[in-house]
Design a protein around this ligand. Sequence first.
Ligand code: GDP
Length: 139
Amino acid sequence: MTERTFSIIKPDATRRNLTGKVNAVIEDAGLRIVAQRRIKMTEAQAKKFYEVHAERPFYGELVEFMTSAPVVVQVLEGDNAVARYREVMGATNPAQAADGTIRKLYAESVGENSVHGSDSAENAKIEIAQFFTDADIVG
Ligand code: GDP
């Protein structure tokens, strides 16, 4: 089933000029980048995006990190794109991520872990809509 998911290349990765390397892993996994934009997230955008984590102790740190440097927001399309991208990203904590995953290859810590990917098709729709309109997405 072809579906779409939302991805963010996070500040730790853009800072180290890893956008192309991360995109190579995404494309090699059979996912197509159908929309992409480099932005500096505002505090309001980051707070809204991560509002499900508002009560977690790391929320403030997470918002600060996500606004600390540019990010690349993306829409990925492919067969079972949500689950496939979660596989390609690897575990949240890079120490637990499988070989060949983006986080194993590039992440620095559980917080500064290089990429975000939606955890369900429903959340993918909500997250995509926060950053893109239909006209931005060329499948
Ligand atoms: P994900 O779906 O694999 O990204 O993981 P979660 O939904 O559990 O967490 C969202 C994001 O919050 C993670 O990708 C990290 O950037 C950040 N995060 C999660 N746990 C921690 C933590 O213990 N400390 C810090 N600083 N950030 C965390």
